[in-house]
Design a protein around this ligand. Structure first.
Ligand code: BV8
Ligand code: ZN
Length: 256
């Protein structure tokens, strides 16, 4: 299986890589639907929706502030790094992620040899970035790494341009994905010879739909995941295992 997957990937002109929370699990970032997943303690509709934020901005900011603090101590794992090295070492790969943890970007910066632009291995971010804040009223959006003061509504972050309440720069349930991200990801799905899906349950749309689009347009579908996913039926190859173990073997031919 591994040898077959390796040769399919090396022969592929165009590759779409779609990742989800599972690729960051070994970095210590809880997944959404796993046993210790975020959603075990909270319901998505309680926290990751515009209605929830309008109803109780402090509660939603408390959850994101906790996730931002937690991410400050997380590092890219061997799966992120093997993927970044592989992308930087060839052409024709589009990395698309549902994750908002910026660990693919950190891996690209760590893996890029001097003189190589790490941005070549940056992902298309379908669901935004937890490091970014955006305004609830105007177009302002910026990366802001300083801690969020959730003591009271009065201390929550505000837009520097119009003073309206600022919110996490992520896509919530019921919200449209960034148009340019969807266009780029959709084009990559239609042109892919191989679609490599890593660490996503395939529950959230339209992200999960990209893998099925790729398959419909003739791509071979390879899934890397230790568990069951919504892609398993359609997968041509399923590599059961953790991203941090499988990706170094699959992409670099070496041990993790
Ligand atoms: C939209 C950012 C339309 C925020 C996220 C019914 C009712 C209401 C809505 C819907 C509905 N049916 C469909 C919808 C649409 C909805 C949706 O798909 N809901 C699902 C729950 C059914 N989608 C939306 O709302 C999207 N917008 O559709 O807009 C629209 C149309 C017109 C006009 C207006 C709007 C927006 C979706 C984006 C939501 N935001 N994140 C935040 O992070 O706080 S989604 C969130 O889930 C994360 O981004 C996460 O990445 C994503 C998907 O989860 P996964 O990545 O798959 O993670 P999960 O835990 O589920 O799985 C982990 C996997 O890893 C598992 O398979 C596990 O086995 C594996 N794993 C574990 N360890 C490892 C591993 N793999 C490898 N190695 C390991 N070590
Ligand atoms: Zn504003």
């Amino acid at each position: 299986m591994l040898a077959r997957a390796r040769s399919l990937l090396s022969l592929a002109e165009k590759v779409l890589v779609l990742t989800g929370a599972g690729i960051s699990a070994e970095s210590g970032v809880p997944t959404f639907r796993g046993p210790d997943g975020f959603w075990q303690h909270y319901r998505p509709e309680d926290l990751a929706t515009p209605e929830a934020f309008a109803r109780n901005p402090r509660l939603v900011w408390e959850w994101y502030a906790w996730r931002r603090d937690q991410l400050a101590t997380c590092r890219p794992n061997s799966g992120h790094l093997a993927l970044a090295r592989w992308i930087l070492g060839r052409h024709g790969v589009t990395l698309v992620t549902q994750n908002v943890d910026n660990l693919h970007e950190a891996a690209a910066r760590a893996a890029a040899p001097p003189g190589t632009d790490p941005a070549l291995a940056y992902p298309v971010r379908l669901h935004g970035s937890i490091a970014h804040l955006q305004c609830t009223a105007c177009e302002w959006r910026e990366e802001r790494l300083d801690p969020i003061d959730t003591t009271s509504e009065a201390t929550l972050p505000r837009c520097p341009a119009c003073r309206a309440l600022a919110r996490p720069g992520v896509v919530w349930f019921g919200e449209m994905l960034p148009a340019e991200a969807l266009i780029e990801a959709g084009a990559a799905a239609r042109q892919a010879d191989v679609c490599l899906v890593v660490g996503t349950a395939g529950v959230v749309y339209p992200a999960a739909g990209l893998a099925f689009d790729a398959k419909r347009h003739g791509a071979t579908l390879i899934v890397v995941d230790p568990g069951e996913t919504g892609f398993d039926e359609a997968a041509d190859l399923k590599l059961e295992g953790k991203a941090g173990v499988v990706l170094p073997e699959l992409l670099a031919g070496g041990p993790p």
